[in-house]
Design a protein around this ligand. Structure first.
Ligand SMILES: [Zn+2]
Length: 339
């Protein structure tokens, strides 16, 4: 049984309960460190309040709200990259209380050496890697756009945002040519992109395509982009050069721009009232499968997002002979409170 395999590897996956008795988001990993001490790393979950026993670390993979940094950032045990901490502070107007590292550094969490790797999902997005007492290599990816720099592991804890092989929307490739021709078509153009993550990817792509004029953005998106990117180039407010500019705004703000401006949404979702240019911050299902094969873990735990996709992807892995469980199985197999 798969849970036994995890235990054989010295890894206990737990779902912590909140005060109402329901599961908190995502998962906690308990293991013995090299000194033989029990450690608990909670991953992308909310903070435990009050005097209740705290995990040794709240690992925050990146600053998207469905990874709950808004709550975990207030704990001194929070751990995230400098860029993630900066993004959390700008987005939530709170002071980050935990510790930070430069992405790529090795950090020490209560004696456990944790390596950090980029996943290219958003600026600062981190995969965490460490070994337990018996040498099991544990890798927590968060969301992934590019797995090429991730190390092989024994226990892979990963996502399935686009992990349902039966769903056509989980198969895609970035339409870079489409975005480039939209950019250089005559007249002003606006790209709809979420303020954190997609907007910075849009700016990087626009600069890569060779456009070095002003990019117009709403104030907070601009602040985030300036802090996240070293070479964002000239960024202006929304009132600037409406006749011949390039705009990056939230998809729901496209309708506030002049009606005769060309408008697109950078997404893989098809439910927008504007033409979509497929630009994703994620691997599609094929990319996720290739990542798992390349990292060749003994067990893959699919922990994100909420809904059915972790289970769908996990079952798909099982169907091609790769051992996997999804987060919804943890509560049934290992029904544990945190303490
Ligand atoms: Zn994300």
């Amino acid at each position: 049984m798969i849970s036994k395999k995890l235990i054989d590897l010295g890894v206990l996956a737990l779902r912590q309960r909140n005060s109402r008795g329901t599961f908190k988001p995502h998962v906690s990993i308990r293991f013995r460190d090299n000194a033989g001490d029990l450690r608990t790393f909670s991953i992308d979950t909310t903070r435990t309040l009050g005097k209740r026993l705290q995990p040794d670390a709240y690992l925050i993979t990146h600053a998207h709200s469905d990874h709950h940094g808004k709550s975990a950032m207030l704990s001194p045990n929070a751990v995230c990259s400098e860029k993630t901490a900066m993004a959390l502070e700008i987005r939530h107007d709170r002071k980050y209380a935990g510790s930070v590292y430069r992405l790529g550094d090795e950090i020490d969490i209560q004696g456990t050496k944790v390596k950090t790797f980029p996943t290219q999902h958003a600026v600062g997005a981190t995969a965490f890697y460490w070994e337990n007492e018996v040498g099991t290599r544990i890798l927590v990816t968060g969301d992934v756009k590019d797995a090429s720099r991730l190390p092989p592991c024994d226990v892979l804890i990963t996502e399935a945002n686009y992990g349902d092989p039966a769903d056509p929307s989980c198969h895609f490739a970035d339409d870079l040519e489409g975005m480039k021709s939209a950019l250089f078509d005559s007249g002003p153009v606006a790209f709809g992109a979420y303020e954190f993550g997609k907007a910075q990817r849009a700016v990087e792509l626009i600069r890569d395509f060779g456009y070095d004029g002003a990019i117009c953005m709403e104030a907070r998106t601009r602040a985030l982009t300036r802090s996240m990117l070293e070479d964002a180039g000239e960024l202006e407010g929304l009132g600037f050069e409406k006749d011949n500019g390039v705009f990056v705004v939230a998809p729901w703000d496209l309708n506030k721009l002049p009606w005769n401006m060309k408008k697109y949404v950078l997404s893989c979702r098809m439910d927008y009232p504007y033409p979509v240019i497929k630009i994703s911050d994620h691997l599609d299902v094929h990319g996720l499968e290739n990542m798992v094969k390349k990292l060749s873990p003994e067990v893959t735990l699919v922990y994100h997002p909420s809904g059915h996709r972790p289970s769908k992807f996990s079952k798909h892995l099982n169907s091609i002979g790769i051992d996997s469980i999804s987060i919804d199985q943890i509560g049934n197999v290992l029904s544990n409170d945190f303490i």
